[in-house]
Design a protein around this ligand. Structure first.
Ligand SMILES: Cc1cc2nc3c(=O)[nH]c(=O)nc-3n(C[C@H](O)[C@H](O)[C@H](O)COP(=O)(O)OP(=O)(O)OC[C@H]3O[C@@H](n4cnc5c(N)ncnc54)[C@H](O)[C@@H]3O)c2cc1C
Length: 362
């Protein structure tokens, strides 16, 4: 059975690695000439990542011990343990691991469509095999695979804009700002070190309007710019279809599998790649295996919908309620990937959070 994977990001390489290790013939097609470049990410992850891939010291640029959460007129510091990754390095490591497991990687191959199991690419390369028995779309938020197989559906995107910049930063603390500084999402400053940070915002529209004043305020000198669309998880989106007899799976951003609260998709992408490989190997339903992860993403969406109705006063009140040791302790002990494991505990520790629930139905 020949499995063709489109896209050499973390989701595609994870699926490729697991399938090749089980002895499948796996081809991974990447549109760029180099994996991980260009980079479009802040690269912040929780320790849950190391439950899914080996912890490699060389991929960790910085370790974070707390987050400062700013409201319009107040802030609180919450302890945590998170990592700033060399994002291009992560992608390269995962692709190399897949290649070592036997995956054939084909560069400069931009997928454009599929007809009768025959894959089409924009390059004229005749060497790589184009016939597929199984197709996996791991080609990011604007997935050409999802479009070609008619499961792109209704999607909304946040537009993320970020600069890597020099300045003076507290190296083990990242910061986020909520409220009018970046309505509908948040702004962030994530230090790589005490002199370099990744500073950005995301918005549903006009991101530059919020990014320009924010970057001017926090950066001394711009080193480089990054950015791109961040899919907003849609609970009715499909991640599997039988397209003219070709089983087609979507993983990671291609399937919209991103946390709507933070825009984080590295870990959920890797998890979905691994679940997709498991579904193919065990000839079982991918949708069934994905269901627990999609439930967590639905909770993120639920929280995002609530936050999007917050006034500045609501944000300040939320931050005040988060400032108790009990709440901070729960947040420290529960990585944000799995809100089902801590939302009830938060409500018990701070019943006044209930005040915000009507926002979810208004
Ligand atoms: C500004 C910004 C900051 C972010 N910060 C974080 C963060 O701090 N933490 C976090 O967890 N997530 C973050 N994310 C989200 C994260 O980057 C994505 O969720 C993650 O990259 C998803 O991985 P993926 O493998 O699914 O897709 P991608 O990483 O997008 O990989 C897709 C791959 O497919 C290739 N490709 C695309 N189209 C084609 C085609 N037609 N043919 C062949 N190849 C193709 C691309 O070149 C790419 O290599 C951020 C996103 C943005 C925009």
């Amino acid at each position: 059975m020949r499995i063709s994977i489109i896209g050499g990001g973390p989701s595609g390489s994870s699926a490729a690695h697991d399938l090749a290790r089980k002895g499948h013939e796996v081809h991974l097609f990447e549109e760029n000439s180099e994996i991980g470049i260009p980079c479009h990410c802040t690269g912040i992850v929780t320790k849950v990542l190391w439950e899914h891939i080996p912890k490699k010291k060389e991929l960790i640029l910085n370790e974070l011990k707390s987050v400062r959460i700013h409201g319009p007129s107040t802030f609180t510091d919450v302890p945590l343990s998170e990592f700033v990754l060399d994002r291009a390095g992560l992608d390269k490591y995962l692709a190399q691991r897949a290649s070592d497991a036997g995956v054939s990687i084909h560069y400069n191959q931009r997928f454009t469509g599929v007809q009768n199991r025959q894959l089409m690419f924009s390059s004229s390369d005749t060497q790589s095999p184009k016939q597929a028995d199984v197709l996996i779309g791991a080609d990011g938020p604007r997935s050409a695979v999802a479009k070609a197989t008619n499961i792109f559906g209704e999607r909304r995107f946040y537009l993320g804009v970020q600069a890597t910049a020099s300045g003076n930063f507290v190296p083990d603390r990242f910061e986020v700002w909520f409220g009018t500084v970046c309505p509908g999402f948040f702004a962030w400053l994530v230090p790589e070190s005490e002199s370099v940070a990744r500073i950005g915002i995301a918005a549903l529209e006009s991101p530059q309007k919020y990014f320009q004043p924010f970057i001017k305020k926090h950066a001394k000198k711009i080193i480089s710019y990054q950015g791109g669309p961040i899919p907003w998880f849609n609970k009715s989106s499909k991640q599997f279809t039988m397209h003219n007899g070709l089983p087609t799976y979507l993983v990671g951003d291609a399937g919209g599998l991103v946390k709507a609260t933070t825009g984080g998709g590295i870990i959920t992408g890797i998890m979905s790649g691994q679940l997709c490989a498991q579904a193919i190997e065990q000839q079982t339903s991918y949708e069934k295996l994905l269901a627990p992860l999609k439930r967590e993403l639905w909770l993120h969406d639920f929280m995002r919908s609530m936050l999007n109705k917050f006034s500045d006063a609501d944000y300040d009140h939320l931050i005040e309620l988060m400032s108790t040791p009990k709440v901070k302790n729960i947040l420290f002990n529960h990585p944000r990937e799995f809100p089902s494991r801590f939302l009830c505990k938060l409500l018990l520790a701070q019943p006044r959070f209930m005040k915000f629930l009507p926002k979810t139905i208004m």
